[in-house]
Design a protein around this ligand. Sequence first.
Ligand code: SF4
Length: 209
Amino acid sequence: MSRPRPPRFDAAAEEVARVAAAAPDWESLAAAARPCVACPELAATREHVVVGDIPVGGRPRLALVGEAPGAQEDATGRPFVGRSGALLDELLAEAGLDRAQAAVLNVVKCRPPGNRTPKAPEVARCSGWLRRQLALLDPPVVVALGLSSAKWFLGPRTVLGEVRGRPHDVEGRAVWATYHPSAAIRFGPNGAPRAGLLADLTAVAGSLT
Ligand code: SF4
């Protein structure tokens, strides 16, 4: 069984991890995360800390974990509500998965300016929130959407093409790594990422039945 290996901690990361670990439930964690300023650049430019969506009542059947919020997510405070979210919803439905039964999270909870890739210290700082979210929600299955999320769960040397298509045991959860919907949009409806994402979500759905 492997463990997630986020980048090295610093003092701000340790403080986030300490506060997050003390949250007894989802609401407490969300209330503690919303004013977080551990990453000065992100805290100065974001509109919302996008904590995540969870099913109404009960343990999620799975957790979908993306990289970071985009512009619409930042504006609304909710994950996967922009173009990527619309495609994700479409492919989830095609695969036979119900978003309402999933937790929808991100590795980094604040939008990086210009949608740049989150920096290693930002990932390290935000890891405390995600770790606690996973502990509180306890999803049996995780779908890591995109390389940043795949690396968070499977290690910094992860190559998406090598880990896709099968579950990986990470601290007792089945972690599937696949394309981010934004890649599926970038490469178009006939591109490999869209087909791969749908195939992986379909395999996940099959593993849940
Ligand atoms: S990205 Fe995460 S750790 Fe950084 S300020 Fe936002 S909530 Fe805090």
